[in-house]
Each structure stands twice: as structure tokens, then as C-alpha cells.
Ligand binder design. Structure first.
Ligand SMILES: Cc1cc2nc3c(=O)[nH]c(=O)nc-3n(C[C@H](O)[C@H](O)[C@H](O)COP(=O)(O)OP(=O)(O)OC[C@H]3O[C@@H](n4cnc5c(N)ncnc54)[C@H](O)[C@@H]3O)c2cc1C
Length: 379
């Protein structure tokens, strides 16, 4: 196995295979027959708690049994390779950007999040039309927020938003950036728009009109906003890379079966040399992508800085997955584009991965900066 996983991880993987076969596949069939997603996702969560997978993304302080980056990567890739809408309910909610919260921020937001009682959304992206980036005036331990955020995934149904703001004093002097937790129901939080992106994600755009927020709702210290926002995004990048390779594995497995099946021209498509060349190229790319993914995950578990390596994995794996799924569509032919075909859905889903958690070209610029100006990153 190219990933060279330790025996204990292979045992977890075997358990995961059993879980998908017994808990995910039959419920996926029920979903296809029209049973509601909400009921089936609750069943998956209950089964996942029973099996112990639920707790692998949760800190010990909240009853979790957190797994390291390599184990999570292995599982995330495997869940994605099942190509089911239901695998996203297996892991329990993680603390995300609230991971170091203490005091009131912990009791009012982090604890309810970990108990599944509250859900937050992340507000970083701003509309091009915004007159100035979202800002907050700090006076008497209170922030007054104004501005806009767009593309807040799950924002319309969230209980709170974690947003990046530029903080200044009442005279306009700049004090630095901060991540601030804002109650979704606070006065002045205006839901301007909701929309759906092609892979099915639901998003919201917000306007903030003199929203009053107590200063304890700031995550960490003043001035730490941008590094905290980027650190949170960094944790998710490895997850995106793992999902990309899991999707690639599913597509290659599907393609393998298609190439071996009878074709109307007589024989099979897999008999044709030109098709074999294409297929081999896709397998070479998947091999390279998985090698990058697992090397970056091992690095993330170690003591050394892994920002550049995780960026490399996110960019490479999402681009490899885009190529593999695009060619899988091409080789399966017109039927793969019929609405409802699994490759049609996968094609829409893979497209967003090159934009989420940092557009790939911007990540390339970050990687160059990390190396040229900060001396980070190994080859
Ligand atoms: C499914 C999905 C979910 C999302 N969820 C969230 C969320 O929950 N919260 C949130 O805050 N945002 C979210 N986003 C927004 C996402 O983070 C942004 O779309 C992404 O960061 C790109 O920003 P942008 O759309 O403003 O494009 P722009 O920043 O305008 O960039 C567009 C393109 O221009 C090029 N480009 C831009 N600047 C440069 C440069 N300096 N050098 C070279 N090329 C450049 C790149 O090719 C880039 O892809 C989500 C997006 C998607 C698709």
C-alpha cells in the first residue's frame, strides 16, 4: 500500500469499510428512494457515536478521542471514496476557529457547538462592491461593527457568525484585525441574500449595520484576526485534499468498470490503446496525488511547520481530481452528463474545491512567499 500506514490505522480503515457497508450504503439507497436526509443523517450520527468515529474530530476536554492528521486524512479520503451524501455526518462537530476559546466565549459558544446545540458559520470573503473592508470601532469594551460578508456557507441557518474585521479606536486609529463571534440574531445583522452554488452548498450574504458586540466575543487577542482566520483555513485544506483524492478513487473505480464492460463497437473501451493511454495517465496522476496527500498529512502530525506542504497538497490534489473526474466524464461519454448520473454530480462538486479554502493561484503565491521571504517549505 503506497500510504504505508501503521497496523493500528489499517485496523481503523477496516472498521471504516464495515461502517460504510453496513451504515452508509443501505441508508444511501433509502435516500435514493425519497426518505428525508434529516432523519437518515441523525441515524448516521447515532451509528457513528456507537462506532467511535464521531469523536475523532473532537477534543478530549469535550469527551472526544481526537485522531491525528494522518488518521483523519486516511478516513476522510475513504469516506469521500464512498461517494455518498451521508458520509459528511460521520464525524462530530469540531471546535474550528473556537479551539482556544475560554471563559464566556467557551461557555456560550464553544460548549454548545461541541454539544451540537449551536452551529457557527465562517465569514471571511467580502463582495467586490463593498466600499471598505468590514470594520469595528472599539470603545468601552464594546465593538461596533459595520460592513459586509458574502459567501457565508450555512450562514442563513447558523446561530452565530465568526467574522474577520479590522478594528480601530474611536478616532479611526488602526488597532489590528480580529475574529469576532456575532450572534446571527443580533440587532443590525441583515441577511441580504441566500444562494446555492453548483455543487449544492447553501450560502448567505450579510450586511452589518452598527452591530454591538461585547469585546469578550473577540477570538484571541486584538491583532490576531488574520493569522487565526488563516490557521483555521489551513486546518481545512488537508481535509479538502483528502476529499479530492477520495473522489478521484471513486471516479477511477467507476471508470475501471466502464472500460471493462461491453461497448457497442464490440469488445470493450478498455481494449482500445488510445483509451488505455488516457486511463494510465489518470492512474499515474492519482498515484502522485495520494503520495503528496499522505506525505503532507505525516508532516502535519510532526513538529515542523507544514503550511507550505499542506498548500502543495491542497493545490495538487484538487487539480489532479479535477483532471481525473473531467476525463472520467469524457471516457464514459454523454450518459455521464445526464442530470442525476453520479459523475455529473461529482463533476459539479469537484469544481468548487479549487476555489474553497483559498483560490489555488493565491495559495501558490502564499507558498512562494513562504519560501522566498520566510524560508519555509521542504521538497
Ligand atoms: C463552495 C464554496 C464555499 C465557500 N464558503 C465560504 C465561507 O464559508 N466563508 C467565506 O468567507 N468564503 C467562502 N467561500 C468563498 C471563497 O473563499 C472565495 O470564493 C475564494 O476565496 C476566492 O475569492 P473570490 O471569490 O472573492 O475571488 P477573487 O479573490 O476575486 O479571485 C478570483 C480569481 O482571480 C485570480 N486572482 C485573484 N487575486 C489574484 C492575485 N493576487 N494573483 C493571481 N491571481 C489572482 C485567481 O485565479 C482567483 O481564483 C466559498 C466559496 C465556494 C465556492
Amino acid at each position: 500500500m503506497p500510504e504505508q500506514l501503521p497496523e493500528s490505522y489499517l485496523a481503523v480503515l477496516k472498521q471504516a469499510e464495515g461502517f460504510v457497508a453496513q451504515e452508509i450504503v443501505p441508508r444511501g439507497e433509502r435516500l435514493g428512494l425519497g426518505e428525508p436526509l434529516a432523519a437518515l443523517s441523525a441515524e448516521v450520527r447515532a451509528a457513528s457515536k456507537q462506532a467511535g468515529f464521531f469523536y475523532k474530530t473532537q477534543p478530549e476536554a469535550f469527551g472526544g478521542a481526537p485522531a491525528g492528521a494522518l488518521e483523519l486524512t486516511m478516513l476522510r479520503e475513504y469516506w469521500a471514496s464512498a461517494n455518498s451524501e451521508l458520509t459528511r455526518f460521520i464525524f462530530g462537530p469540531g471546535p474550528g476557529i473556537l479551539h482556544e476559546a475560554s471563559g464566556e466565549l467557551a461557555s456560550q459558544f464553544l460548549k454548545p457547538v461541541m454539544a451540537g446545540e449551536k452551529r457557527g458559520a465562517f465569514g471571511f470573503t467580502e463582495p467586490d462592491s463593498a466600499p471598505r473592508p468590514t470594520w469595528a470601532v472599539l470603545a468601552n469594551d464594546e465593538l461596533t461593527l459595520n460592513g459586509q460578508k458574502s459567501y457565508v456557507t450555512g450562514g442563513d441557518t447558523a446561530d452565530f457568525l465568526s467574522i474577520l474585521v479590522n478594528v480601530e479606536d474611536p478616532n479611526g486609529a488602526k488597532l489590528g484585525t480580529a475574529m469576532v463571534v456575532v450572534d446571527r440574531a443580533a440587532a443590525g445583522v441583515v441577511l441580504e441574500d441566500t444562494f446555492t452554488s453548483m455543487e449544492g452548498g447553501g450560502h448567505a450574504a450579510f450586511r452589518f449595520e452598527a452591530v454591538k458586540v461585547p469585546s469578550w466575543q473577540m477570538i484571541g487577542k486584538l491583532g490576531e484576526g488574520m493569522p487565526r482566520a488563516l490557521a483555521n483555513i489551513g486546518n481545512v485544506r488537508l481535509m479538502v485534499a483528502a476529499e479530492a483524492m477520495g473522489m478521484s478513487l471513486w471516479a477511477l473505480d467507476y471508470l475501471n468498470q466502464h472500460l471493462l464492460a461491453p461497448h457497442r463497437t464490440g469488445g470493450s473501451l478498455g481494449d482500445k490503446e488510445g483509451v488505455r493511454l488516457r486511463y494510465a495517465e489518470l492512474r499515474i496522476q492519482a498515484f502522485a496525488g495520494r503520495s503528496v496527500l499522505y506525505r503532507a498529512a505525516r508532516r502535519a502530525d510532526g513538529p515542523d511547520n507544514s503550511v507550505n506542504e499542506v498548500i502543495a497538497a491542497k493545490v495538487f490534489c484538487t487539480e489532479v481530481a479535477s483532471t481525473i473526474i473531467d476525463w472520467a466524464v469524457q471516457l464514459v461519454g454523454g450518459q455521464a452528463l445526464v442530470v442525476g448520473h453520479p459523475l455529473e454530480a461529482l463533476y459539479r462538486r469537484v469544481r468548487s474545491l479549487r476555489l474553497v479554502e483559498g483560490a489555488n493561484d493565491l495559495l501558490r503565491l502564499n507558498l512562494a512567499k513562504g519560501n522566498l521571504e520566510l524560508g519555509k517549505g521542504d521538497l
